[in-house]
Design a protein around this ligand. Structure first.
Ligand SMILES: NC(=O)c1ccc[n+]([C@@H]2O[C@H](COP(=O)([O-])OP(=O)(O)OC[C@H]3O[C@@H](n4cnc5c(N)ncnc54)[C@H](O)[C@@H]3O)[C@@H](O)[C@H]2O)c1
Length: 358
């Protein structure tokens, strides 16, 4: 069994070869950069040469604690003076398209945070800028690199559960939205900021859905304005189905985050440990029950890394690998336009209370 897992673990490896590593500069010194980007880069041996944030005190604090040698006074200065090859952008999405355009036009390669842009149309403009400037640009949908999730993807590709029939992701959480004050008054919240990871992930597994329906709700007394509970169903060609169920106002104290992929010859199930106690979390789990291998019932796959910070090595590593070898990006800006298109359809479904054909 362990031998069979070898090919899977090779696919999930979160390392950046020394020969691929190039200098990075960061725009945004917020919680995700502090807590995930920089710890991941330190683990992977990535050199961060400079940082800019409109809040200079924040930039100074983050730079001091993570040994970043240069704090820049503006984006223009960062682009002119740093010797960075890749610009890592991690600001709220409303600010990202303009920054992205400036960086793309300076011909630097880019890793942008999710959501890439507030609207699908803005995302399309950004993807066109990538093409016209001939740069490499990815979106930080790092769940595609999370070890348990990536292992599941490889198991599906190896045919271990036969033909996939359905995929589901269910999270029931007490989410600390207070961590993101800028999100308090957003009309579009849960799908746009959180479940976008799951919708993007399901696209990676199943491709584009044909028809989607999204029901959403708010809970009395919640901190945020936007929706905090969503249930999304999708139908694909060939009768494939998917479900995302996310509740962020779990007052039961039993946070859980589970995913499952069923096929006609087996099933895979896992948990996203991060969400059991965000942002500390616990170890992920992954199990497979396969008639193809075959396994003797449910068999655990040993996941040894975490979504935060480890999967962030994957997204940055993929940009570096694309620069060094021309390898395809797992989460390109162009691909992410379709995730934004799906998110847009889900909000249209929410607003109209009807199913939307894509
Ligand atoms: N899993 C993930 O990948 C993940 C997790 C959390 C947040 N995020 C995303 O990362 C982004 C940042 O989130 P965060 O949690 O760090 O938020 P945060 O509020 O902690 O930090 C945002 C930072 O951006 C800075 N900023 C705002 N506008 C700017 C501008 N025009 N130029 C430079 N800096 C600017 C702010 O001063 C602040 O320091 C958001 O888009 C969020 O959706 C992604």
């Amino acid at each position: 069994m362990i031998d069979a897992f070898k090919e899977v673990s090779e696919f999930c490896r979160l390392e950046i070869p020394a020969a691929h590593r190039v200098p990075v500069a960061i725009i945004g010194a917020g919680g995700i950069v502090d807590g995930a980007h920089l710890p991941a880069y330190a683990k992977a041996g990535v050199k961060v040469v400079g940082i800019f944030d409109t809040d200079e005190e924040k930039a100074k604090d983050v730079a001091t604690r993570h040994n970043i040698p240069n704090i820049y006074a503006s984006i223009d200065e960062l682009l002119e003076k740093s010797n960075a090859t890749i610009i890592d952008i991690a600001v709220p999405s409303v600010a990202q398209p303009d920054i992205f355009a400036k960086v793309a036009n300076s011909k630097h390669h880019i890793l942008a945070q999710k959501p890439m842009a507030p609207t699908f149309e803005q995302g399309q403009v950004m993807a066109d800028l990538v093409d016209s400037n001939g740069i490499i640009a990815a979106v930080n949908q790092q769940l595609r690199f999370e070890e348990g999730v990536a292992a599941a993807h490889k198991m599906v590709a190896l045919g271990w559960i036969g033909t996939v029939t359905s995929m589901s992701i269910t999270v029931n959480l007490d989410t600390p939205w207070e961590l993101w004050p800028w999100a308090k008054d957003l009309d579009r919240l849960e799908v746009m900021l959180h479940s976008i990871h799951y919708h993007d992930l399901i696209r990676w597994f199943l491709g584009e859905p044909r028809t989607v329906f999204c029901a959403a709700g708010r809970t009395k007394g919640q901190y945020t304005k936007g929706e905090t509970r969503t249930v999304t169903t999708a139908v694909y060609d060939d009768g494939l189905t998917s479900l995302v169920h996310a509740n962020h106002v779990n007052r039961g104290g039993d946070n859980y985050a589970e995913f499952r992929i069923d096929g006609d010859k087996g099933s895979i199930r896992g948990t996203l440990g991060l969400l059991y106690d965000y942002p500390n979390g616990r170890v992920d789990t992954l199990e497979i029950n396969s008639k193809v291998l075959p396994t003797d019932g449910w068999t655990p796959y040993p996941v040894t890394t975490r979504w935060f910070p480890d999967a962030f090595i994957g997204t940055m590593g993929s940009v570096m690998s694309a620069i060094a070898t021309g390898s395809p990006l797992r989460s390109s800006v162009r691909d992410n336009v379709n995730t934004l298109k799906l998110v847009d359809a889900l909000y249209r479904s929410m607003d109209s209370r009807t199913a939307i054909n894509l």
